[in-house]
Design a protein around this ligand. Structure first.
Ligand SMILES: Cc1ncc(C[n+]2csc(CCOP(=O)(O)OP(=O)(O)O)c2C)c(N)n1
Ligand SMILES: [Mg+2]
Length: 690
């Protein structure tokens, strides 16, 4: 390279970095909301990564083997938006097709944090193509990145063939002090280190400041030593502006083949005036017009220019990340065409998987359970159904947080296998006692288009809820399998007995919550969950046995698909009373129904395993199940009654839990808390005024 072109190169690098910075400053200032400090400090780090390292084709952001970039420090969203704009990422529509439209146009940058823009306050993956996962709640992004790295390893192990490296993508994530203070990041780092995920690189923005002030007020551990302890390779870049050293650090990552890499980057959060004394006061707010001008002057920018992209900057990205990504993808495509000829079955699976579809015959050979008064726990029918499904869906993987034996989630069919460090073929993931990281990893796995499930005791959803919430926000089809779903778990006592969890999850948008009442409802619940492709499904199962209902006597379990259905009815379909229940309490209302019917009381049993699906039905169906004129209603559910008033109405009664549970054998608990047939019968008579 000649001296002159080298100078231009250096200038173009700097010019591009400063464009990222000033676009971020202008976006924040225009919104009058947010803070551009992190984007200003981190622009060179992101530039060196995208321009020099990332294998990413902005013209086709759906390429399955693209490297993933996750901005865990979601409050620096303008950094990501500016970059996605400059590299020209194309928007993907709801059917998964790449469009001609920019994901983040200049117009969108100017509409940062405004209603219906693609540039919301924190990055949201379902809105903005190029945003690989939704971030903002600190710690989540890095934890999602571990799931993506797991997916990459699993895909490589299962779909690569000699001479056909269809999968080898890397996952990069930028995190800050806040991310690394969060527990979930620690769990996720521990898991990634344990699994030796060499395709994972976290870049830690060590700027020694958080929102309230200097990080030293609250954060003083030796992060590098901690990560060495987790089994990571750790390297350091002493100056975030040093592109050469940054590039060398990325190279260290590329060469580290036996563990994940943490790059600690010492940086300075950006302020208007670089000499500003009190650096904590402005953090968290826009700079203000005067400081914006000072900052621009410092970067050699025209002070009054707004949203300026100088000549040569778009081309710089086009010739860098754009060209490299396009070439890499077209080589991949050519290879895939050959792969398809030689490995037609695998190629077809990959195409289906990446399109978010289920394979042909995904629901074949699902179990059918004969009527049985003694019955079985729904966790057992769940285990059988899950195994049948996973056998039919080759790209379904998942695991439990050290409770697989209790949750009955082990995949035991031939060839299912386990996913261990350096042995990435298996479909059973072992999360250890890390519920939160499990929930987050599931999001990352699902974002890479694998179908995945996570399992623990229902009560411990509290330990993974923040990740479940993001799964719901991102509309990811993750399965959550929770057992020990009520005080019915018995002796473990109130520390393990869920009460309010069901109501909390029912209040979560986009999520199906299914609590099936017998073995055959379990099968139907799984089917509904698999078909719920734009949001997660929470399946809750019992530890204790439940009778398997005689479906020749009662309505078929296929009614589960509608969320609620009439299981048993009064003569002529004209009841005076409606008994409603989910899960283990279905048995109780059926028994009460039989007693009341014998006494000549015209009753109906409605099984209501999924409120959300019921709410999706039309008014005619809903009214046919719950006729408005029948106001004598009783619901029975061994959890908080919160929410049932919607269905029982002002004249009805809800039997449920109004306190924490207790440690005792189940039969004593059922008696103490009133979950007995006689109690349901008495409540029914009470609402009937008898
Ligand atoms: C779970 C969670 N808690 C709190 C916040 C609010 N918050 C946003 S940024 C921030 C400070 C983060 O400090 P750091 O990660 O060091 O980022 P920097 O300020 O250096 O960019 C906080 C507390 C959040 N986004 N997520
Ligand atoms: Mg910080």
């Amino acid at each position: 390279m000649s001296q002159a072109s080298q100078t231009i190169q250096v200038n173009l690098d700097q010019l591009s970095i400063n464009t990222i910075r000033t676009l971020s400053i202008d976006g924040v200032q225009q919104a009058n909301s947010g803070h551009p400090g992190a984007p200003m400090g981190l622009a060179p780090v992101v530039y060196a990564l995208f321009q020099g390292v990332l294998r990413y084709n902005p013209a086709d952001p759906t390429w399955p083997n693209r490297d993933r970039f996750v901005l865990s420090a979601g409050h620096a969203s303008m950094l990501l938006y500016s970059t996605l704009h400059l590299i020209g990422v194309k928007q993907v529509n709801h059917s998964g097709q790449v469009t001609d439209e920019l994901a983040v146009s200049m117009e969108q940058l100017k509409r940062f944090r405004q209603l219906d823009s693609r540039t919301p306050g924190h990055p949201e993956s379902h809105l903005t193509t190029g945003v690989e996962t939704t971030t903002g709640p600190l710690g989540q992004g890095v934890a999602h990145s571990v799931g993506m790295a797991i997916a990459s390893k699993w895909l490589a192990e299962n779909y690569n063939r000699p001479g056909f490296e269809m999968f080898d993508f890397n996952v990069y994530s930028i995190c800050g002090d806040g991310d690394l203070m969060e527990g979930v990041a620690g769990e996720a780092a521990s898991l990634a280190g344990h699994l030796k995920l060499s395709n994972l690189c976290w870049i830690y923005d060590n700027n020694r400041v958080t929102l309230d002030g200097p990080a030293e007020w609250s954060f003083s551990e030796d992060v590098m030593t901690r990560f060495v302890g987790y089994g990571w390779n750790v390297t350091r870049v002493a100056d975030a502006n040093d592109l050469q050293v940054l590039t060398r650090a990325y190279d260290v990552f590329a060469k580290t083949k036996d563990r994940p890499t943490l790059i600690v980057v010492d940086s300075h959060i950006g302020y208007g005036s670089p000499n500003k004394q009190d650096k904590s006061d402005a953090h968290g707010e826009p700079l203000g017009e005067a400081e914006v001008k000072l900052a621009k002057r410092f970067y050699g920018w025209p002070e009054d220019a707004k949203f300026l992209v100088p000549d040569g900057v778009y081309d710089q990205f086009k010739n860098g990340v754009g060209k490299r990504g396009a070439e890499a993808q077209s080589a991949w495509k050519a290879k895939f065409a050959e792969y398809k000829k030689q490995f037609a079955k695998e190629a077809e699976q990959l195409e289906k998987m990446q399109a978010g579809k289920l394979p042909e015959g995904w629901d074949k050979d699902l179990p059918v359970f004969p009527a049985d008064a003694k019955g079985m726990a729904t966790r057992d029918s769940s285990g059988k159904t899950l195994n049948a499904l996973a056998k039919n869906i080759p790209w379904m993987i998942g695991g439990s947080a050290d409770l697989a034996h209790s949750n009955k989630t082990n995949l035991t069919f031939d060839g299912a296998g386990d996913f261990y460090a350096h042995q990435y073929k298996g479909r059973n993931l072992h999360y250890g006692v890390r519920e939160h990281a499990m929930g987050a990893a599931a999001n990352g796995i699902a974002l890479c288009k694998l179908r995945t499930f996570s399992a623990t005791f229902f009560n411990f959803t509290d330990y993974m809820k923040p990740a479940m919430r993001l799964g719901a926000l991102m509309e990811l089809p993750v399965l959550y399998i929770f057992t020990h779903d009520s005080i019915g778990l018995g002796e473990d006592g109130p520390t393990h007995q869920p009460i309010e969890q069901l109501a909390a999850l029912r209040a979560t948008p986009n999520m199906l919550v299914l609590r099936p009442g017998d073995a055959n409802e379990v099968v139907e619940a799984y089917k509904a969950a698999m078909l719920h492709s734009h949001g997660p499904s929470t399946l809750v199962f019992t530890r204790q046995a439940l009778p398997t209902l005689d479906r020749t006597k009662y309505a078929p379990a296929s009614g589960v698909a509608k969320g609620a259905y009439v299981l048993a009815d009064a003569p002529g379909g004209k009841p005076d009373l409606i008994l409603m229940a989910t899960g283990s309490e279905l048995r109780l209302v059926v028994e009460a129904y039989e007693k009341l019917t014998a006494e000549g009381i015209k009753s109906r049993v409605v099984s209501m395993p999924c409120w959300e699906l019921f709410e999706q039905q039309d008014a005619a169906y809903k009214n046919s199940v719950l006729p408005p004129e029948v106001t004598a209603r009783v619901s029975v559910e061994m959890l908080s009654t919160f929410g049932w008033d919607r269905y029982v109405g002002p004249k009805g009664k809800s039997i449920g839990m109004h306190s924490f549970g207790a440690s005792a054998p189940i039969k004593d608990l059922l008696k103490k808390f009133g979950f007995e047939t006689e109690n349901v019968v008495a409540a029914a008579k009470q609402v009937l005024g008898k």
